[in-house]
Design a protein around this ligand. Structure first.
Ligand SMILES: [Zn+2]
Length: 206
């Protein structure tokens, strides 16, 4: 049985030929390269004649990126920078609900500061995410990456809308628009969760 490795995400497929698309990241068969088992006789390691040719970018052995991109990949700065605001986002939403239910203004204020903190971390999240996608995942635009990018756009848009809204109307949580404001918060947390789920799928391959 031959083994084929997805050069985008590292998923390993067993079979005579690579799968049409990677079940983890969605990359096409051309991104798979055959894994040669050193312990087997050389004869069995030759590629099937009908196997799709690997593109230049997928032949492996690429030099590791240097500079900031290299640091981002080496030290996993994207997951680290993502988890920082991801812990704060749901807290902001919980504080908003508490402020609404119990009419406690200080919780609303805390939620606002939390949102500002998340906004400050967003540039790092977006830049490291882009560098990871560009260098580790070869900028492949499959469903999983498109979903992650869309989710990050939704999170950013909801976040900016909530902060601007709160600056324009500090009493937003007692205004008739408070449900829309809360809905923005829930959408933001949901989109962040979706992006995290996709990230987990890429990392853990299931
Ligand atoms: Zn893959």
């Amino acid at each position: 049985m031959k083994k084929w490795e997805c050069t985008v995400c590292g998923y390993v497929h067993e079979g005579d030929a690579p799968p049409e698309t990677c079940p983890v990241c969605g990359a096409g068969a051309e991104y798979f390269k055959e894994l040669v088992d050193e312990s087997e006789p050389a004869a069995s390691s030759s590629a099937a004649p009908d196997a799709p040719a690997a593109p230049a970018a997928a032949t492996g052995g690429q030099p590791a990126p240097s500079g900031i991109a290299g640091l981002v990949l080496k030290y996993h700065l994207h997951p680290i920078s993502v988890h920082t605001p991801n812990g704060v986002l749901p807290l902001a939403l919980v504080f908003l609900v508490i402020a609404l239910v119990f009419s406690v203004a200080t919780f609303e204020q805390a939620a606002f500061y939390n949102l500002v903190f998340v906004l400050l971390t967003m540039p790092v999240v977006l830049v490291t995410g882009y560098l990871e996608w560009k260098n580790r995942y070869k900028k492949v635009m499959t469903k999983i990456f498109a979903t992650k990018i869309a989710a990050s756009v939704i999170v950013s848009a909801c976040l900016i809308a909530m902060i601007v809204w709160r600056l324009v109307d500090p009493q937003v949580l007692t205004s008739p628009g408070r449900w829309i404001y809360l809905l923005l918060g829930a959408t933001m947390v949901g989109a962040a969760g979706l992006a995290g789920h996709m990230g987990g799928k890429l990392v853990f391959k299931d």
